[in-house]
Design a protein around this ligand. Structure first.
Ligand code: C5P
Length: 398
């Protein structure tokens, strides 16, 4: 899919710059050409020689390099590409993009380009979580900038958390997705998936049997139709699809906050099996048997209803909001009432009685309830349900 594509790769000044070398190799293996641009800071991490050797192209470094201006001006350089990729995208580069700085070659190219831009952020976890960076990310994604990663893990600075740049193959997948010119191109769709974990104490929690399989399949199907997908997931068994923006959460309250941060979106699919209740009496240290035989009692509090909250937003509601209804009795009647109560546009209802084998299984038997009708889809795989649903979403948002 990348055969013949021209990628302008801006390498920011972070420790993950070394991964940009492998990224160039992977892109070239797939038939893409890579024009590399180094920032001053990135030259502390990788050398112009290694970059140009791996790109098999001249490396661009300076805005005022007259030879380059004679050969190819910065405007032309920024437009000769099919896609601009910033990897690693440092906190500083992201801030510059937000404010429209144009004081070196990289920032000027980012201002001058008329092509899509994909960033692969990489920074210390505190820098990533800083409100300024999160604000900047929101502005950039609102401006249509695509984002892959960062991932969670050990960091070169010795800390742990989100901030590791996405791996080269994940960036390649996001680049692939950026070239998909499907019917949902330019649309941002939010998908929630998986169960939530509601803590009882630091080591115990209440959960449910959702595997996240249906949510992951929906996200993948939307991606295939060209959507930009934000995937907010609880602790699921099934891995998120490559190419979506993943936000991992544990509890319903964290899920609501991640959903609110991810908005605005054109569409939202709430496939997560969110716990209706959390433990109001959550203990801060592990609850212990005291030998007396007395049993602990848990008191519950109601969790926020994410689907209802988003469906009933006075401002900024996604154009299409799709909920799920996992029921064990009177599936259609309950789901129809649920659609009205929550205020969503569609409800995808399914029977999760144990004998159906749906929860945790690979197949699903759904009825899609809209304002006008209830359509039963024959039993099919969760991937097929996802593709059919993604197509219906695409038709509705067209
Ligand atoms: O009320 P019930 O849990 O059956 O509704 C299911 C639908 O509502 C699903 O789409 C689920 O993702 C969503 N939901 C939610 N927040 C909750 C409970 C459910 O978004 N607290």
């Amino acid at each position: 899919m990348l055969q013949g594509k021209r990628i302008l790769l801006i390498i920011g000044g972070g420790i993950a710059a070394f991964k940009a070398l492998d990224l160039m190799r992977r892109l070239r293996e797939r038939g893409a050409s890579v024009t590399p641009v180094l920032t001053k800071a990135s030259e502390e991490f990788v050398t112009p020689l290694s970059v140009s050797a791996l790109a098999a192209q001249k490396v661009y470094r300076d805005l005022f390099d007259l030879t380059d201006e004679a050969e190819m001006g910065h405007i032309e350089l920024s437009r000769a590409a099919d896609l601009v990729v910033v990897a690693p995208a440092t906190a500083d580069l992201m801030a510059k993009m937000v404010h429209g700085h144009a004081n070196d070659l990289a920032s000027t190219l980012l201002m001058a380009t008329d092509k899509r831009v994909l960033i692969a952020p990489s920074m210390n976890v505190r820098m990533w979580e800083h409100p300024a960076t999160q604000r900047n990310l929101k502005t950039l994604t609102g401006d249509g900038v695509l984002c892959v990663g960062p991932n969670e893990g050990d960091m070169a600075c010795g800390e742990y958390g989100f901030g590791r740049m996405a791996e080269p193959l994940e960036i390649v997948a996001a680049i692939d997705a950026a070239f998909v010119d499907g019917p949902l191109a330019g649309k941002h769709i939010l998908v929630t998936s998986g169960p939530t974990h509601e803590p009882i104490d630091p080591v115990r929690y209440i959960a449910n049997r959702s595997s996240g399989a249906q949510g992951s399949a929906i996200a993948r199907a939307l991606l295939t139709l060209g959507a930009q997908v934000t995937f907010v997931t609880g602790p699921a068994d099934v891995a998120p699809p490559v190419g979506v923006k993943v936000v991992k959460v544990q509890t319903a309250r964290e899920m609501l906050s991640a959903v609110e941060t991810a908005l605005p979106a054109d569409g939202a699919v709430f496939a997560a099996a969110v716990a209706d209740w959390r433990v109001a009496t959550e203990a801060t240290s592990k609850m212990k048997k005291d030998g007396s035989g007395s049993l602990p009692s848990l008191t519950f509090a109601e969790n926020p209803d994410i689907l209802a909250t988003v469906s009933q937003m006075a401002k900024g509601r996604p154009e299409l909001v799709v909920g799920f209804a996992a029921e064990t009795d009177d599936v259609i009647a309950n789901a129809t009432a649920k659609r009205a109560r929550k205020g969503c546009d569609w409800i995808v209802a399914n029977d999760v009685s144990p004998e159906t084998g749906i929860m945790g299984g690979s197949e699903n038997d759904v009825t899609v309830i809209t304002a006008n009708d209830a359509q039963n889809w024959p039993r099919m795989t969760k991937d097929q349900v996802a593709q059919k649903l993604a197509q219906a979403i695409s038709d509705a948002l067209a």
